[in-house]
Design a protein around this ligand. Sequence first.
Ligand SMILES: Nc1ncnc2c1ncn2[C@@H]1O[C@H](COP(=O)(O)OP(=O)(O)O)[C@@H](O)[C@H]1O
Ligand SMILES: [Mg+2]
Length: 270
Amino acid sequence: MADADPTALGTRDMLRLEDLPVFTPEKSAINTHKLVGFDSRDIRARPFNLLRTSLSKKVKESGLRLVGVTSATPAAGKSYLSLNLASSLARVTDQPVFLVDLDIRRASLAEEIGLITEHGIESFLEGEVSDLRRVGYRIEGTELGLFPSVRRKRNTAELLASERFAEMVEIFRSKSEAAIILFDLPPAFANDDAMISLEHLDGYLLVVDSGKTTRKHVQDVLAMLHPTPCIGSILNRYNGGFTDSYGYGYGSAHYGKYYEQVDDASGHSD
Ligand SMILES: Nc1ncnc2c1ncn2[C@@H]1O[C@H](COP(=O)(O)OP(=O)(O)O)[C@@H](O)[C@H]1O
Ligand SMILES: [Mg+2]
């Protein structure tokens, strides 16, 4: 029997932004979810512009392109930061940026952007959809491709530990040329999902929730996710201003070389 290609992408096919259906987010969704990264004139996009510069430099220097975004505990701002960082990055790179929602238990990116669709990345992982291009969307007028998760699942460890997951990562790796691919992951302490997914990725960004994430949390995450490299950290909801010191004492060699911060875009601390 001829080899059926389970991923429906032939050897010569590429995962190109141009082949994805175009989605136009509503202005109201962008405002409600403070998706400032889409608008270069929005002053709140500034931290993301700084962050993207650090990240694209890091990607160029190290060649690490498949990057997870995780945190110690939930609600640290991973999805908020991933979407804003990806959209900000997509405004300047000459390569596409793909953002994949792998927090399948608490999928949120589709909702944040107002995208209603039947199948997401979970359908690809379950084998219900055979072509990865059918679960990705190009955000109109941008170089950003979004692969949302739409039906929340509980048995995510099975999906992420599957052969299909490895195939999906391989497609992103080998068929996207030099695209930067961000994976919005679950928090590292919640379950095994972040750890399992990161075994296939090149590195991760650690979101540190100012005030909530402790030094011990950070040390434990680094140890837990070792040997996947932490390529940087993002201090979120920090209201001390750009020139203030961070007040954290960690700086281990594993911890990555740059620190960036994103202040609370709503203008108040919580
Ligand atoms: N820097 C920030 N400024 C304003 N709102 C934020 C910021 N970071 C996170 N949020 C909000 O906090 C909530 C939790 O963030 P989210 O990105 O969903 O967390 P996670 O993905 O880590 O669980 C969301 O409503 C998000 O919009
Ligand atoms: Mg999230």
